[in-house]
Design a protein around this ligand. Structure first.
Ligand code: MG
Length: 446
C-alpha cells in the first residue's frame, strides 16, 4: 500500500468516524432524556443562593439554574411531606389518593393506594429504568413500598428521619430505629444520619455510572434538611449560618457530584434535572414570603424550582409563570413519549412547551388549590389573586375561630400583607365558590 493511499484511506476513515459521532450525538439529543428529580425535604423558598439565601452558598444548584430555567412561582400541592410526595408522583391533588390529612407515621397502617398510577409506572411503559434513592413516606408496610409502585429499586428509608426510635406519647407507641432498605430488604436499623446525604449521593452516582442502555429515572429524595439536621464531618462548620447552612451546602455538593457524573458520562445534555423541595421550611427561610411549613401561606407551599435540560431548555431563564409539581407527571409523559392511561384524572398541565421557551410561552390561567395539614382546602390562587377562606394555626390542626376571608394581589404583595377582600367582594365570592366546587368534586370521586 502506498503512503499516499494510506493517508487517503485514513482521512476517509476519520471522516466516517466523525459522521458516526455526529449521528450518535444527534440520536442522543433526540432520544428520550434521562430524568432526575432531586427532591429535598423542608427546604424553604429562600434557602438557595439564586433565591437570596444568606449565610451559606449553593454554587452547584445556582449553576444548574444558569444552565436552565428557574421558577419564581413554583408550588407543591401540600404543606407537609406525605401528601406533597403523593402529588408529585401521581400528578393529582393528594386528596384524590386520600393522603391529604397530615403525614404517615411509623404506627400508620396505610399508604398510597396501589391503584394510584405513579410517575415511575408511567415511565416504565416508555422503557425507563426507575429508581428511588432516599425517603419514600407513602406507606412503610410491605404492600405500599416503592417496588409495588413502579420502582425497580429502592435504597433509603420509608419515612421521615425524625421518626427514628421515637416515642409517641399520645398513643403510647415506640417506633423502631430508622429502617434502611435496599429494595425490599432491611439492611440496617438506625443508620448514622450524618452520612445520609453522602450515602444517597454515592448510590445515585453509582447507578448513573452502571446504567444500562435504557433511559433512567432517578427519584433522589433526600431526608435533609428535615429535622433533626445532620451533615457529614466534611461539611460541619462550613457555613456562616451554622448546621442548617452546612446541611444545605452538603445537599448542594450532592447535586454537584451528580451533575459532574452526568457530564463525565457525556449525558448531562440529554438529562432533565429537576430540583425542588417538598414543602416550605421548618427552620430555614421562605422570605419574602409569609408563613412556613404546615401553613397555606405562600411560604408553606411556594418552593425553589429549577429545571435543566441543556439539549432542549435555553440557558439562564427565569420565569414567574405559575407551575407546580403536579405538572411534572403530564410533562414527563410528553417528553418520554409515555402514554397516559385513558380515563386517568390529572390535576397538572403539560409544561413541555414552556420549558422549551420559558420567556416566550404563556400558560392558560388556571386555579391552584391550597390544602391545609388537616386536609381542608384553605386557599386558591388564580392569576395574581390569592384568596384564603380559613386558616389553621401552625402545627395545631384546629380551625382558627374567626378567620375573615383574605384576598391578596400577589403581583404587588407577595408577602400577603394587604387584605383586599373588602375592595373586591365579587372576586371573593367567585374564588370562594371555586374552592367549594373543586373540593366538592373530590368528595364525589369514586
Ligand atoms: Mg417535608
Amino acid at each position: 500500500m502506498s503512503a499516499k493511499f494510506g493517508t487517503a484511506s485514513k482521512s476517509i476513515l476519520t471522516l466516517i468516524w466523525f459522521l458516526w459521532l455526529c449521528s450518535c450525538k444527534q440520536a442522543s439529543r433526540d432520544s428520550p432524556p434521562n430524568i432526575i428529580i432531586f427532591f429535598t425535604d423542608d427546604q424553604g423558598y429562600a434557602d438557595l443562593g439564586s433565591y437570596g439565601a444568606e449565610g451559606f452558598e449553593t454554587p452547584n444548584l445556582d449553576q444548574l439554574a444558569a444552565n436552565g430555567v428557574r421558577f419564581t412561582n413554583f408550588y407543591v400541592p401540600a404543606t407537609v411531606c406525605t401528601p406533597s410526595r403523593a402529588g408529585l408522583l401521581t400528578g393529582r391533588y393528594p386528596k384524590r389518593s386520600a393522603l391529604h390529612e397530615a403525614v404517615l407515621f411509623p404506627f400508620s397502617e396505610g399508604g398510597m393506594p396501589l391503584e394510584e398510577y405513579t410517575m415511575a409506572e408511567l415511565l416504565k411503559t416508555a422503557g425507563y429504568s426507575t429508581s428511588i434513592v432516599g425517603k419514600w413516606h407513602l406507606g412503610h408496610k410491605a404492600e405500599f413500598m416503592p417496588l409495588n409502585q413502579g420502582f425497580d429499586s429502592f435504597y433509603g428509608v420509608p419515612y421521615s428521619n425524625d421518626m427514628d426510635n421515637h416515642y409517641y406519647s399520645n398513643i403510647d407507641f415506640q417506633s423502631p430505629p430508622l429502617p434502611f432498605y435496599r429494595d425490599t430488604t432491611l439492611i440496617e436499623s438506625g443508620p448514622d444520619q450524618d452520612y445520609l446525604t453522602k450515602r444517597y449521593t454515592e448510590e445515585a452516582v453509582r447507578q448513573i455510572k452502571e446504567r444500562g442502555d435504557s433511559p433512567f429515572f432517578i427519584y433522589l429524595a433526600h431526608n435533609m434538611p428535615h429535622l433533626p439536621l445532620h451533615a457529614s464531618p466534611d461539611f460541619k462548620g462550613k457555613s456562616e449560618l451554622g448546621l442548617y447552612g452546612d446541611v444545605i451546602m452538603e445537599l448542594d455538593w450532592s447535586a454537584g457530584e451528580i451533575i459532574n457524573t452526568l457530564k463525565a458520562e457525556g449525558i448531562f445534555e440529554n438529562t432533565i434535572f429537576i430540583f425542588t423541595s417538598d414543602n416550605g421550611p421548618r427552620v430555614g427561610s421562605a422570605l419574602p414570603l409569609r408563613g412556613k411549613k404546615a401553613e397555606t401561606w405562600e411560604g408553606g407551599q411556594r418552593v425553589p424550582g429549577i429545571i435543566s435540560w441543556p439539549a432542549k431548555i435555553p440557558e439562564s431563564q427565569v420565569t414567574n409563570t405559575m407551575v407546580s409539581t403536579l405538572d411534572l407527571f403530564p410533562t414527563l409523559a410528553t417528553i418520554s413519549g409515555a402514554k397516559i392511561p385513558e380515563g386517568l384524572v390529572l390535576d397538572g398541565l403539560d409544561i413541555s412547551k414552556l420549558l422549551a421557551q420559558p420567556g416566550n410561552q404563556s400558560m392558560p390561567e388556571r386555579p391552584f388549590f391550597f390544602y391545609a395539614r388537616n386536609g381542608k382546602p384553605e386557599a386558591v390562587r388564580l392569576g395574581k389573586w390569592k384568596l384564603h377562606i380559613s386558616k389553621t394555626i401552625g402545627w395545631d390542626k384546629k380551625q382558627q375561630g374567626s378567620f375573615e376571608p383574605a384576598l391578596y394581589d400577589l403581583s404587588t404583595d407577595v408577602a400577603e400583607e394587604i387584605n383586599l377582600a373588602k375592595e373586591h367582594p365579587d372576586l371573593v365570592k367567585e374564588l370562594s365558590s371555586l374552592i367549594t366546587s373543586f373540593d366538592g368534586s373530590l368528595d364525589k370521586q369514586p
